[in-house]
Design a protein around this ligand. Structure first.
Ligand code: FAD
Ligand code: NAD
Ligand code: SF4
Ligand code: FES
Length: 813
């Protein structure tokens, strides 16, 4: 018998932070022990839910918060079923059942279904415009709402509500936090700390309605405001409910497990049914349901050892600490925080510096603390609380900011066994050893190697301090801040591209090997980037590494949230014919397409197509791919122009079709959109496109760097040209210059801001020799492009591998 057949079947229900952290630990302890299947309701791989607050305020993208890439699941042999909700476990037949009828047998099963936002049952709560804040979909709804509406209310002045409110404020909304009691974060802060926090947030622009109970949501179909129990009202076009969470126990209840508030587990995370475990926010341990990752990861560590037959101490509960993730606001709280008769309190309140520190002692031992305005000692305070350390003069001086605290690098005095990263349980010694043993020089390398700073990021300053004192004179602050293209390397985009060119590297594997990647397999960030850079540098020699591409690009269709796909055939310049329309309609009927949608780019999107039907539809359509999924030219939007419009001075449709036919299929650093207009009335909206062309007084104006997406930007005028030939040459040169100097995933709007319009004008317009050279290199690149749908239809092996019934892990892009 081989190893595979002897493996036990482990099913994990919930593809979130606690479940996958447990799987990671199991793989470290005994990678061959289990054949693992993971079910997740969301259509994403495991991501850092904590950092949704950063996605909302746009300081991070969704790609940047992915913790485990699709490749990670594949490489570890995990059968990942995203977009699939489990309904129950049959503990008699030892099977897991899903909403879509799938039944999977198990030897062990872990329930890790997390929590749901508490949606308060207030009259009118079902109106449009009222959301929770828990997942990427909520985050996207909020980002979208911020574009359409101005007045927002956030119900709940806890950690989540405040982070949501600050995010919406940063998006330009007028935000009021509605809070039940007078003190914000009353579960973590005393009145003094809470009032300081409120004052700081007010100075940043947030408004507060404290001591208010919402009695009703006003409005018709959509919310327009709130009415409080005291009869006063607040105008609000958008409402976020952040009034707490409830453990998601649906699967537990449907499976007959013992459930109180959460699924009841013992000290080894065992539920009431044999071989059924629960970990994370859905579980209730010794009467406590946790809502922060550090305790969940501690639970995961015990469970992983238990499941791998490794001796482990039982999980006996956690002391929790919290840190608000709002820039400019330093607020930390751990353990007990309210004065009580049996506690001694050490307190310091400096109103001038706006610093408040409080340490609570029971019988001389530290049992809790609050820090506002100065969180430098947060990691040490947390450790002293966790270990119940007795207060000493040194500790007192360190926390209260006398000599010892001011002694520069406080990380130097941390004991070796002190946990620096609470979220991931990483000690100072672990970090120091990793720096010394692996020659690490940046925090990102430490993150990749040890996990420290991977979750909330609150420990990052301490990790940096440890790096600084460990390296001593060798510490280079500039290098430490230099951002590698991902955690696998400290090389920047330009260094990687130069390395590929100078050393003649042809494959991603070669790049990682020769340029000394820390992680020899790469990650979901660097692999697609390398595939792009290699293709851009060696258009003829490079063999496309399909597996490095995001799923939409691998599948040549856009994956939807229910796991089906959207098919967008090419419709050059947004122009079609009755015959093509008839064909598309016939195909839509034949394959029972769920919806036909006219896209913003003037094409037709057939939505709700199964993976297996994709090649059949392409075959029946006989049209080229519209590339609606790719980091490539998407659409050329055109107005009617001089062919029909009485204002038209230029043939925008003709030029749009010509440009789309010329530049389609070419890989770009990011998606790329064009528009061509016949006159300055600009019906096809040139100002928000990567290249926008406007016919004006017999000439063409070329605008560049526009963006109508999340981060909108109006395009800049690059130049004005007289002839069609000049226009095509400048468009080619601009696109090639961007291809050669843009970072992977960097839209032209960000690229222009980074490199400056003047440098682009110089390279593409003023230096005619350079322009011609760029246009020539573009021709070479264009000579290599292939029609991808046809490629699949002509290649039975590829067709079978990607589009057969057998599940392939899917991605989001
Ligand atoms: C915006 C935000 C900011 C936060 N900030 C912090 C912070 O700074 N520090 C901190 O410690 N914590 C923070 N948290 C809390 C932290 O994210 C959670 O404690 C943690 O994610 C819980 O992990 P979990 O695996 O138990 O649940 P989750 O991460 O929610 O994962 C559960 C997964 O299971 C899936 N699922 C549920 N039911 C089923 C089913 N029947 N079938 C299949 N799949 C199912 C869900 O879709 C979900 O993807 C924050 C949370 C949010 C929302
Ligand atoms: N930085 C962090 O650590 C962080 C950030 C975000 C979320 N989280 C976690 O996510 C989870 C959810 O966060 P949360 O802030 O929603 O939960 P929470 O329970 O900590 O806070 C909810 C707040 O809403 C208030 N509230 C309750 N009912 C209300 C009502 N009717 N009107 C107005 N206010 C009302 C409560 O008084 C409380 O302060 C928690 O587990 C939290 O720890 C942590
Ligand atoms: S942009 Fe000018 S030419 Fe084009 S459709 Fe509008 S008005 Fe007509
Ligand atoms: S303490 Fe949260 S990532 Fe380190």
């Amino acid at each position: 018998m081989n190893a595979t057949t002897t493996r036990q079947r482990l099913v994990v229900i919930g593809n979130g932070m606690a479940g996958i952290n447990t799987v990671e630990q199991i793989l470290k302890l005994d990678p061959q022990r289990y054949e693992i299947t993971v079910f997740g309701s969301e259509p994403y791989p495991n991501y850092n839910r904590i950092q949704l607050s950063y996605v909302l305020e746009k300081s991070k993208s969704i790609d940047e918060i992915i913790l485990n890439s699709w490749e990670w699941y594949r490489e570890n042999g995990i059968d990942l079923r995203t977009g699939t909700t489990v309904t129950r476990i049959d503990t008699d037949s030892r099977t897991v059942h899903t909403e879509d009828g799938t039944v999977v047998p198990y030897d062990k099963v872990i329930v890790a279904t997390g929590s749901k936002p508490l949606m308060l049952p207030i009259p009118g709560a079902d109106k449009e415009g009222i959301v929770g804040f828990r997942d990427i979909a909520d985050c996207e709804t909020m980002l979208h709402a911020a574009k359409l509406y101005r007045k927002a209310a956030v119900i709940g002045g806890g950690l989540l509500g405040l982070e949501a409110a600050k995010g919406l404020l940063k998006l330009g909304m007028d935000v009021t936090v509605v809070h039940l009691v007078e003190e914000l974060m009353e579960r973590q802060l005393d009145r003094t700390a809470s009032l300081m926090l409120q004052a700081e947030l007010e100075s940043q622009g947030l408004k507060f309605a404290t001591g208010r109970q919402t009695a009703e949501f006003l409005g018709g179909q959509r919310v327009t405001g709130l009415r409080f129990s005291d009869g006063t009202t607040l105008e609000a076009e958008f409402v976020v409910m952040a009034a707490g969470i409830r453990p998601n126990t649906e699967v537990g209840r449907a499976s007959g497990l013992t459930v109180n508030r959460g699924i009841v587990v013992d000290d080894y995370m065992r539920s009431s049914a044999p071989d059924v475990y629960a970990v994370g926010e859905c579980g209730e341990h010794r009467g406590v349901c946790y809502g922060l990752v550090a305790p969940l990861f501690e639970q995961g560590a015990v469970l992983a050892k238990h499941l791998c037959g490794v001796e482990t101490k039982p999980y006996e509960g956690s002391v929790v600490s919290t840190q608000l993730k709002i820039s400019g606001v330093d607020v930390f709280s751990a353990g007990e925080f309210m004065d009580a008769p049996d506690l001694n309190v050490v307190r310091m309140h400096d109103e001038w510096h706006r610093i408040y520190k409080k340490v609570l002692l029971r019988g001389g031992r530290i049992v809790g603390g609050v820090l506002v305005g100065d969180g430098k000692q947060a990691a040490r305070l947390q450790q002293w609380i966790r270990t119940g350390t007795v207060m000493t003069e040194e500790i007192h001086a360190a926390i209260m900011g006398t000599a010892a605290a001011e002694a520069g690098n406080s990380a130097a005095d941390l004991p070796d066994e002190e946990i620096v990263c609470g979220c991931n349980g990483v000690t100072k010694k672990h970090i120091v050893d990793a720096i010394r043993d692996n020659g690490l020089t940046t925090v990102d390398e430490i993150k990749a190697c040890t996990g420290a700073s991977r979750s909330c990021g609150g420990c990052r300053p301490v990790v940096e301090q440890i790096l600084q004192f460990t390296l001593g004179d060798k510490y280079d602050s500039a290098a430490a801040k230099k951002e590698g293209i991902c955690g696998c390397t400290k090389l920047t985009r330009d260094e990687v591209v130069a390395g590929i060119q100078e050393k003649g590297l042809l494959t991603s594997k070669e790049v990682m090997h020769v340029l000394g990647w820390d992680n020899p397999e790469g990650c979901s960030k660097c692999r697609p980037a390398l595939n792009y850079y290699l293709g851009m540098i060696w258009p003829a020699e490079h063999q496309d590494e399909k597996d490095s591409r995001f799923v939409n690009e691998r599948m040549h269709a856009n994956i939807q949230k229910d796991g089906t796909f959207g098919v967008v055939p090419r419709m050059y310049g947004g122009v079609t014919t009755p015959e093509d329309l008839r064909l598309i309609a016939d195909v839509a009927v034949k394959y029972n397409v769920k919806l036909v949608k006219v896209t913003g780019g003037q094409r037709l999107d057939l939505l709700g197509v199964s993976k297996e039907d994709l090649p059949k539809i392409w075959e029946d359509l006989g049209m080229p791919s519209g590339y609606a999924y790719a980091k490539a030219l998407r659409t050329v939007k055109t107005c009617v122009g001089s062919q029909f419009c009485r204002f038209g001075t230029k043939d925008s449709m003709g030029m749009g079709i010509l440009l789309e036919k010329k530049f389609e299929r070419l890989d770009m650093p990011a998606k790329f959109k064009l528009a061509v207009n016949g006159c300055p009335r600009n019906c096809a909206e040139s100002s928000t496109k990567d290249i926008g062309i406007v016919g004006n007084e017999g000439a063409w104006e070329i605008y560049v760097g526009g963006n109508g997406g999340i981060k909108s930007r109006l395009a800049d005028l690059l130049c004005k040209v007289k002839t069609d030939e000049e226009l095509v040459e400048i468009v080619a040169a601009f696109m090639q210059h961007y291809r050669e100097t843009g970072k992977y995933l960097e839209r032209t709007s960000d690229w222009i801001e980074r490199v400056g319009l003047a440098s682009v004008t110089a390279a593409v317009v003023e230096d005619t020799e350079n322009r011609k050279a760029l246009a020539a290199r573009m021709e070479t690149a264009l000579s290599q492009v292939k029609e991808p749908w046809k490629e699949v239809l002509d290649n039975p092996v590829l067709r079978q591998r990607l589009y057969s019934e057998i599940q392939v892990p899917v991605g989001t892009k």
